[in-house]
Design a binder for this molecule. Sequence first.
Ligand SMILES: [Zn+2]
Length: 304
Amino acid sequence: MIVDMHRHLASIHERYPQVQNLAMSFTEGSPAAAGVESTQAPSAPERVSEILDEMSGAGVDLSVLVYGDYGLRLGEGVQSVAEENRLQAELAAQHPGALLSFVGVDPRRASAAELVSTAITEWGARGVKLHPATGFYPFEDECLELYKIAGEQEVPVAIHTGPSASPLYSHTAQPVFVDRVAADFPDTNFILQHAGQCWWEEAATIAFCKPNVFLEVSMWQWVWQRGPEEFARSISWMLRMAGGGRVLFGSDFPGLRGAMALDEWVAVFHDLPLTARNYGLTITENDIDGILGKNAADLLRLPT
Ligand SMILES: [Zn+2]
């Protein structure tokens, strides 16, 4: 079974042209520019059929749709955050077994806890997504109620970690800021999305110290492109630090589609035991089964 733990109905670049323009202005050939699509998002139903096609072409069984609420920093969309979350949950519900929804909200919104509760208990959302790059720390008071709800409902909290292009912030998205809440909410599982990117050793070390912290490796297409040895060494260290059960596959499509096709990204993992061996490292088939799907299935309590 293959589970993509990080997928969007529309990328940040499709939703916010100002971020797209900035990322497009990066030097040609930089990994950041390679991941940026210049097109507008298709309608949601069109995007869903595109996602399902892409998944079947790559052998991906389940994709987790995570909603990023950037409104307080980048400007509000035409639809409210509640409406967009509801639409995403409804689309996921139309494709049970293939799509799952994580409700995303800025915790500084007065309605955040109510939205998270409703999305989980009534709309079928199976996780929570926070994006601290909009300007809050994951340990701030406003966030805590959301972690409590997630723990009670037995769903994980996915938190973006790693630097972001302006006008988003980087400093609030350092993995270390999840450490405190992982200690304070031992019954809640936390997913460090992108495994911290350049702060990946910090992320892996926090996962080592906190058994309820998981590492999700979307956006690591860029690391692969820098070179297979660095990629294999980093993943093998994550496996050692977080244990084989807490590293999770993700694509961050459609934003990262420009970097690498989904079937190629899956193939990187299928080939990883061999790649690792070339550099004197050990990554087992069992590790790969875990990363690609089994770990996510356990975390999401999917029926076996
Ligand atoms: Zn994403």
